[in-house]
Every structure is written in structure tokens, then in C-alpha cells.
Design a protein around this ligand. Structure first.
Ligand code: GDG
Length: 749
């Protein structure tokens, strides 16, 4: 047999471009060679495919990944309505990039070095090479301005490589596994390159808030980039600095799909058969994991063995079913783990099984999904004892399948799922005594308590399914998406949390946020409900309300007519009206001279068009063109922009709706918000705004603060509502929560 030809990246064949691209190590299809030698493709239905299928179909999407066979190249093809672009890997790349660097360096390192990571320079080189190949394929397949969503730790360099080739793209990255604390991460010899690779993305998603925090800290330590809340300012070489969002987006499952399978009569029948074939024990405990050292299978088996030894459980009434699906069998650590587990299972079965009753049913196989669901239905106690796990979908699948509101979930605190599934029996798997007590507690839990907990767990999983996960990620990435009316539940719980703070600053943009947008700016008025809520909020001493606007202060005072004690920021932060009166920044002589020149240039420009007029602002001038037709308005703005740029330097230009603003002193709503917070001595802040200029304010928020974007458009804010009506509702709810936190009765029934 001759050695396969080396893979040449310039031969990757892509014949079409796509608006939405998903890039992951593995494709969502498996290759099977048919008996007739024909290539056949079979879906490998995972949660990710289910979640992204509708998005992919709607957006003319393609999936880029490896087909699962080394040293084979396949042309792009269509499968079940999704375009598939296979990326080839050679056998040695498979060993070095995948089994080596991904699964024997990054995987143990990112899982808190439960197993020692191996560092090899040639593995790293293969990792760079393969990442470049994926980036190349994505760069070729992406249409102008396309959205590219890169997945997981195998492809962390792709975002940067892709941005360099295609700065026009919108790039997202999601890390499915944990991101470790700096003390551990810093062991990686290529720690800077990996962070830099990830920072090529616009949004970097993690499973838990703690992972995002670890990532941002690593960025600060290694690069010193300023970070604030979920935003990282990444300085650019040529361009201005970019804002990268790093935050958590906990992944989920197709909850309705699991419930549908569980409700099928044949699956329920199969669950009964499973129980019978195990001798109808009182309690079936179940573990389902890839055979991986992160999953805590050994700890679980040890605890179970000790309980049998101590007689707290017995094989007549209890059995442990452990499905350990084969995984990464060519990596040495995994071979050793398998030996250790099988030795432990063999010992316990030898010591405690009887001819009638087995202690542990150990199954080293993969099963079809229907069989997994039948197992979930048959299991009284589900054991998830991972030592470290990004999320753990098995926990969520068990819950989604239990439409009978029965069964107990025992869940490790070291899984991402434990952040959400608080009604599970939570355990520290390292604490074997605690684990044993929890097993017994789960086995003995009364039916009412089981149902109560399961109902709460099920609501959580149903309300936060994988479709919601992908929609939330993509909305953050692109700013597009359906915004439902009302106040989303996640925002409501954030409001309840922030209402507990000592000194709260409620900072609100005016036009488009408190007041619906109108044709004539002088007609804008805050909605009656918003005004009412602001008055309630402002009436207490520990809450301050600020209105932060691009309007000049005079105009803002006129349209907003705010209640006493409201703080105002006008002209994008140039003018501030605080408790002691109005503070306008003092312009330096050079700025005053510029302002004079600016004024005369713009007066000349405005004089050339009927209906154009100039508004005077403390540190600038605004050219209003809304009385002109759109074409004439744009043309006039261009003339003004060119003339100013030709004569003056250091002028900040902002485009608004039929208005072009020039300022001699740059200041923005972010700086203004920072001054307001200091003035108030705020212990937490909520900022609400609809405009691009509000993004500076969102960027100034800290992690415990709340940013709410109103309406569509790209934003770094964590929350979104649809319209000023919803802002009003939100402010009412905030006022209620603030009253409740202080123990005052709500004024609303
Ligand atoms: C990574 C992260 C994160 C397992 N055996 C069989 C089978 N499975 C399915 C389960 C579940 C999936 O595989 C395993 O997902 P987990 O989340 O439990 O764990 P990882 O494989 O380690 O996944 C993890 C996840 O990515 C998603 O972001 O949650 O933390 O480590 O869906 O049901 N499915 C079938 N037969 C089997 O034998 N059909």
C-alpha cells in the first residue's frame, strides 16, 4: 500500500458561498462505506444539529468539519437540507491534532488537570496547521458579511485566523468544556497564542459565568487588555479597538424531543422490560457517560461498593446500571481508565453479586437514543458525579424524559448543569462519605419530595432548551432575532437580584427608550407608565434615576420634564446636571477656536440647502437635514463631513437619524455613566438604551450591573426588550422589586 498523499489546503474544494456557517471538529454526519463500495452518509443526531438545523435551513447554512475517517477527501454535499463541507485529516494529524493536542493536552488541562496534560511541540504544530485548514475552508465558503460560528476547544485558533483573512465576517465561538482558572491555564506553553486565537471572535461563549470570568482574567493577566463586565477591549493593529463579548450561554437539549420519545408506548414498554430483566429491584441507580476520567465513574462505583460493604444498600433491593460508552480508545489515559473501572466493577460484582442479583450491570456500549430514554424512565436515581464537566447533558436528558414527575437526579456541583438544576441532590464527588449519604438520601426520598423537585427541574429544562440557547447566542452575535414583547424571565430575575443592592443607579436613555421615536424631536414624550415608574423609583433615597441623552441639556429638560432629583446627562456626556447644578465641561482655548471655525463651516454648508439648520451644542454643532429629502440630506451631510475633515483635526463625528453631529471634545455616554456612578456612590447600576451611542455605556458596566438594549441591532448588552412600552413595564417591575427588597408594600395589586 502506498502512503497517502499529503493534504494540500489550496485544493479544498468549495463551489458555493453561504450566509451562515457552523465550524466544528466533527461533522453532524457519519461516513459509512456501503457493501457496494458506495459512500453513504448517516446523520449522527446530537443536540447541536437539532438546535442549529432550523437556523441553518433558514439562513442558507453550511457545516464545516471532519467526516470521521482519516486520509480520505470528500467533496461538499447536501445532507437532509444542510450543506456539508468536509475537511480532511491525515492519520498523523488525527494523532497529533486530535488525540494529542485536543484530547491529551487541552482536555485534561481545561478539566482542572484531573489527569496530567501532555505538552508536545509537534502536537501544537499540528494543531496550528489543522486550525488553519478549517479557517481556510470557512474563509472560502463564507459570503460577504456572513456569520461564522466556531465550536469547541479543538478549534480555538480559527477565530483569529479567519478574521485576518476575512475582516468582513461576524465570528462567534462557543467553548463546550470548562475554561480553567489562571493558575492552571498558565501552564500551557502556548497560552498567549490560544487566547489571541479566541479573541479573533466577536462573541466568545462559555457554559458557566465562572468560565467566562476565568477567560477574562487570563486575558487581563497575559495581555493587559481592559475588561469590564462581559466586555473586553481588544486593541487593533490598524483599526480601532474592537469590543469582544465573553459571557456564559449555558447549552441545553431538545427537551420536547426527549419527552416525545419518553411518551411513546413502545419506549415505556421497553422501560418495564428493562426493570423486569434486572429482577424488578426496588431501586435502579443509573449512570450514563462517555468512558472519561472527568465523569467521576470511579468515585461513583467506589461509593456504591462501600454502601454494599456497610450493608446500607444491598443487592436484593438495589442495582447500579452503568453505561460507559466507548470513547477515545486510542489515547493511553483512556485505556488505563477502562482497565481501572472494569477491575473495580469486577471486584464489587465478585464480592457482592448473588446468582439471582447482580450488584453492577456494566455496559461498555453505545445505545440508540430510544434505548437511552427507556433507561432514563426505568431509573429511580440518576447518578451524575462528574469531577468537572462543562455542562453535562445527560442530567438534562434524564429530567426531560421524566414526564411522570418521578425519579431523583443526583448531580455533581462541578458540572455546569448544577448552576441551573438547583433542585437536584447536589454532591461533591470527591467527598466519598458525603456521596454515600446522598445516594442513600436519594434512594429513600419520599414520593412527594421527588415529584416536587422533578417538577421544578423539568420547568427549568423545558424553559431553557437548546433552541433558546442557539437563538440567544446568535442574537448576541448579530443583534437580529425575534424579541418577544414583555420582560424576559432572565431579566426579571436579574432585576430582583439588583433590587437588593444598597445604592442603585437607574440610568436611562431618552429617545427610543423612555419615549417612542417621533418625527419631530420636540414632540417626544416619555410614556406615562415610564414616568410613573421613574417617580416611584426616584422617591426613595437609596435609588437615583439619571437620563443620559445625546440631546443638549436644554432640549432634554424640555421634553423629559423629569421629576425632582433626576440627574441629567446631555450632549453625549458633555453637559451634566447633578445635584449641585449644571456642570458643563470647560473648553480649552484651542477647542473654542475649533468650535468657532466648525460653526462657520457648517453655517456655510447649511446656507446652500433650504430647510437645513444648525443646532448649537456646548462642545459642538449638529447639522439637521430632516426637512430635506433623503437623497439631498445625505448629499449635504457628505459635503459637511468632507469640508470639516479637510480643515479640522480631532473632531468627533456622530451620525444620527437625519442629523450629523460634530464635537470638538470627545466624550461619550460611557464616560458620563462612570461620572454619574461616582456621583451617586452606586453599588449597582442598570442602564437601558436603544442607540449605537448607548453601547459605550453598556461597555462601562461591571459584571454585577445590568445592561438592557431596546429593539434590534447589534449590542453588547446582556438583555433585550422590544420597545419603550416594555421599558416602562420593566421599570415598574424594578420599582416593585425595590419596594419588596426594602419590605415596603407594593403599590400595585
Ligand atoms: C461535552 C462536554 C457538555 C452518551 N452515550 C450515549 C449517548 N450519549 C450522549 C448523551 C449526551 C451526550 O452523549 C453526552 O453529553 P455530555 O454533556 O453528558 O458530555 P460530553 O460528551 O463530555 O460533552 C459537556 C457537552 O459537550 C455539550 O456542550 O455538556 O460538558 O464535556 O447527549 O445522551 N447517546 C446515545 N448512545 C449512547 O450510548 N444515543
Amino acid at each position: 500500500m502506498t502512503a497517502p498523499e499529503p493534504i494540500r489546503d489550496d485544493e479544498l474544494y468549495v463551489d458555493h458561498v453561504y450566509d451562515m456557517i457552523v465550524v466544528s471538529n466533527r461533522l453532524p454526519v457519519d461516513y459509512e462505506s456501503g457493501s457496494d463500495g458506495q459512500t453513504q452518509w448517516k446523520s449522527s443526531p446530537g443536540g447541536l444539529v437539532t438546535a442549529l438545523e432550523p437556523v441553518m435551513r433558514a439562513a442558507d447554512g453550511a457545516w464545516i468539519g471532519w467526516a470521521g475517517v482519516a486520509d480520505r477527501e470528500f467533496d461538499p454535499f447536501e445532507h437532509d437540507g444542510i450543506s456539508i463541507i468536509p475537511v480532511p485529516l491525515s492519520e498523523s494529524e488525527l494523532e497529533e491534532y486530535y488525540e494529542g493536542f485536543s484530547n491529551d493536552t487541552l482536555w485534561p488541562l481545561y478539566h482542572d488537570v484531573i489527569a496530567p496534560p501532555s505538552f508536545h511541540r509537534e502536537w501544537w504544530e499540528a494543531y496550528v496547521r489543522v486550525n488553519r485548514r478549517f479557517a481556510e475552508a470557512a474563509a472560502r465558503a463564507a459570503s460577504d458579511g456572513a456569520v461564522v460560528w466556531v465550536h469547541d476547544y479543538q478549534l480555538q485558533l480559527v477565530p483569529r485566523m479567519l478574521r485576518e483573512k476575512r475582516p468582513d465576517l461576524v465570528i462567534g465561538f462557543f467553548n463546550h468544556i470548562p475554561f480553567p482558572a489562571y493558575g492552571i491555564y498558565s501552564q500551557l506553553p502556548w497560552r498567549r497564542q490560544v487566547l489571541d486565537g479566541l479573541l479573533g471572535a466577536d462573541v466568545i461563549g462559555f457554559q458557566r459565568a465562572a468560565d467566562a470570568g476565568n477567560f477574562s482574567r487570563a486575558v487581563r493577566r497575559l495581555f493587559g487588555h481592559p475588561t469590564r463586565g462581559t466586555v473586553i477591549e481588544v486593541p487593533g493593529d490598524r483599526e480601532e479597538s474592537r469590543r469582544v463579548v465573553a459571557r456564559h450561554f449555558p447549552i441545553s437539549i431538545d427537551a420536547a424531543g426527549f419527552e416525545e420519545i419518553a411518551r411513546r408506548p413502545e419506549v415505556q414498554q421497553r422501560a418495564r422490560e428493562i426493570r423486569e430483566s434486572l429482577g424488578n429491584p426496588e431501586t435502579i441507580m443509573l449512570g450514563v457517560d462517555r468512558l472519561d476520567y472527568t465523569k467521576g465513574i470511579r468515585h461513583r462505583i467506589k461509593a456504591f461498593g462501600e454502601l454494599l460493604h456497610e450493608g446500607r444498600l444491598d443487592v436484593e433491593s438495589t442495582i447500579l446500571v452503568q453505561v460507559a460508552s466507548p470513547s477515545r480508545e486510542r489515547v493511553e489515559t483512556y485505556r488505563q481508565l477502562r482497565d481501572e473501572i472494569e477491575l473495580a466493577v469486577g471486584r464489587i460484582n465478585g464480592d457482592y453479586s448473588t446468582l439471582e442479583h447482580q450488584a453492577i450491570a456494566y455496559l461498555h456500549h453505545g445505545y440508540p437514543r430510544e434505548e437511552m430514554v427507556a433507561l432514563y424512565l426505568a431509573a429511580d436515581v440518576m447518578l451524575v458525579t462528574a469531577l468537572r464537566d462543562g455542562m453535562n447533558l445527560v442530567a438534562k436528558e434524564y429530567v426531560a424524559s421524566r414526564f411522570d414527575d418521578d425519579g431523583v437526579l443526583l448531580l455533581s456541583e462541578f458540572t455546569g448543569a448544577s448552576d441551573e438544576l438547583r433542585q437536584a441532590v447536589l454532591v461533591n464527588p470527591h467527598d466519598i462519605e458525603g456521596l454515600k449519604d446522598a445516594f442513600v438520601e436519594a434512594v429513600r426520598m419520599p414520593k412527594r419530595e421527588r415529584s416536587r423537585r422533578m417538577r421544578a427541574l423539568r420547568k427549568r429544562v423545558r424553559d431553557n432548551d437548546v433552541a433558546k440557547w442557539s437563538a440567544t447566542f446568535l442574537e448576541t452575535l448579530t443583534g437580529a432575532g425575534i424579541i418577544r414583547p414583555g420582560v424576559p424571565e432572565s431579566l426579571l430575575s436579574a432585576l430582583n437580584r439588583i433590587a437588593e443592592t444598597e445604592r442603585l443607579l437607574v440610568a436611562l436613555d431618552f429617545d427610543g427608550t423612555l419615549a417612542p421615536l417621533v418625527d419631530r424631536p420636540e414632540d417626544a414624550r416619555a410614556t406615562i407608565r415610564a414616568r410613573g415608574a421613574i417617580e416611584r423609583l426616584a422617591s426613595s433615597e437609596d435609588t437615583r434615576v439619571a437620563i443620559v441623552s445625546g440631546r443638549a441639556l436644554d432640549s432634554l429638560n424640555e421634553v423629559a420634564s423629569p421629576p425632582d432629583g433626576t440627574l441629567l446627562s446631555g450632549s453625549h456626556g458633555v453637559e451634566l446636571q447633578l445635584d449641585a447644578g449644571v456642570a458643563t465641561i470647560d473648553l480649552r482655548d484651542a477647542e473654542l477656536a475649533k468650535l468657532e471655525r466648525l460653526s462657520s463651516i457648517l453655517d456655510d454648508v447649511a446656507a446652500t440647502a433650504d430647510g437645513a439648520w444648525i443646532e448649537e451644542k456646548p462642545a459642538g454643532r449638529a447639522l439637521h437635514t430632516r426637512k430635506l429629502n433623503a437623497e439631498a440630506g445625505t448629499a449635504l451631510q457628505k459635503v459637511a463631513r468632507d469640508k470639516v475633515a479637510g480643515e479640522l483635526v480631532g473632531i468627533t463625528v456622530r451620525t444620527g437619524k437625519a442629523v450629523l453631529e460634530f464635537a470638538v471634545r470627545s466624550s461619550d455616554k460611557g464616560e458620563s455613566l462612570t461620572r454619574l456612578r461616582q456621583h451617586v456612590g452606586a453599588t449597582a447600576t442598570i442602564y437601558v438604551g436603544d442607540d449605537v451611542t448607548d453601547e459605550d455605556a453598556f461597555a462601562a458596566l461591571d459584571a454585577e450591573d445590568i445592561g438592557v438594549k431596546v429593539g434590534q441591532g447589534k449590542s453588547i448588552a446582556t438583555f433585550r426588550v422590544r420597545s419603550p412600552e416594555d421599558v416602562a413595564e420593566m421599570l415598574e417591575l424594578l420599582a416593585d422589586a425595590r419596594d419588596a427588597a426594602r419590605g415596603a408594600p407594593s403599590r400595585w395589586p
